[in-house]
Design a protein around this ligand. Sequence first.
Ligand code: ARG
Length: 508
Amino acid sequence: MISLTAQLSGLVGDAFAGLDLPRDLGRVSRSDRPDLGQFQCNGAMAAARIAKTNPRKIAEKIVENLSRHPLLSDVSIAGPGFINLSVTDEFLSRHVTALNADDRLGVGEVSVQKVLLDFGGPNIAKPMHVGHLRSTIIGDCLSRLFSFAGVETISDVHLGDWGKPMGMLISALELEQPDLPYFDASHSGPYPEEPPVTLEDLERLYPLAAAACKADPARDETARLATVDLQSGRPGYHALWMHFLAVSRRAMEREFGALGVSFDLWKGESDVDDLIPDMVKALKQSGLAHKDQGALIIDVAKPDDAHEIPPLILEKSDGGATYATTDLATIVDRVKSQNPDTILYVVDQRQHTHFEQVFRAAGQAGLNGRTALEHIGFGTMNGPDGKPFKTREGSVMKLHDLITMVREKALERLSQAGLATDFTKEERALIANQIGVGALKFADLNTHRLSDYIFDLDRFMRFEGKTGPYLQYAAVRIKSILRKAAEEKVDVPDAALAVTSDVERALG
Ligand code: ARG
């Protein structure tokens, strides 16, 4: 389907062409002054410069040409030569009827065929927090939009499931339960099917281990060695890590499920570990990566950078890979296995420099081939104090607790307003979840992506104004009208839509 503005641009473009002027001067857009007309075209200004005459003269000729056009109800000139246009109700009615009959509601073609979306990005053993919430909401929204526009869309959760945090966990558990079979180096399986830890164990162990490693160099060294052993395939550690993965994934699926989000791929950092040695070797051989103070780095700065972009560290001086190394190897993997037109990374804006480094290095090395790489950053969700949202105790707010909080608030609002009283307890819980999660998503998407915003549940949950609950109310109301219309045997979907009043014109 061709949009209204495109159709009108064609019409006005013809009129410009009739005066031997460039057709694209006829570009029509929605009016900034709806009191003067529904649409506007400012092309007479540029035309006057080309034809070395006065814009009003040109506008007059265009208007004269268009004034008898059957699709237009009004054509006029404002100021020095701005052209205002309005379409007839018949034309608008036909257009909205066609939109309604179109499966894609008139959404046009998109220039990409295949998009890979990297979002969610939770880490094993660390609880999902509000940073992952924004990534999930925005990423899922993009995924739905691309799919709707007919683009092949692949979502990848890109788990943080590798590296030092895993070694820290393993060594912390070994200290607590040294008798578990996973720690016996002389044993190589089989291992128990039941996980030796719960999610609560992992969530308790990780911060303990992180603090211990920071305070005690010996603990840190043990964790480093455990990481090396895990990554070189020690059977017990690998089996244990698989348990961590499974236990964490169950919790992640619960959180994503509550938000109505699912993923095509559950790949993670660990999946590209195998690709790193060859990639690093090639980057060394090409001369792109070089040694600097013991580390292997790639220079990515450009002379015209407004602020300094530090080199990408491919290998630390102890030989270990970094977050950037993994992201480079992930590009290699994605290009090889998916070959998308674009990879979009929906990740906190505070990681922008990281992605700039990774994209530049990938480009220099030609790792991304024809695939475009783009970081879709976002601002932080803050508490009332303007700092990243925390619990009352000052620790990071877990996504699970946040969702629970939002559900409870929705239930409370339902009770206060005396709504849904005739529903069962289970149904009320379901409704509360829909309202709560809807309020959260709406508040997030209603804020400019790159802006920070304050988490204010009372504001998100208002039943009127720009809120999720109000949007849901409007949708439910419309559905109820359609349902009643069907009961009255009004055949809504096939009926020609007639635009006859000002509100309908504006909506159309
Ligand atoms: N796990 C990371 C974090 O929690 C996010 C991963 C984002 N994606 C990526 N390809 N780096 O910060």
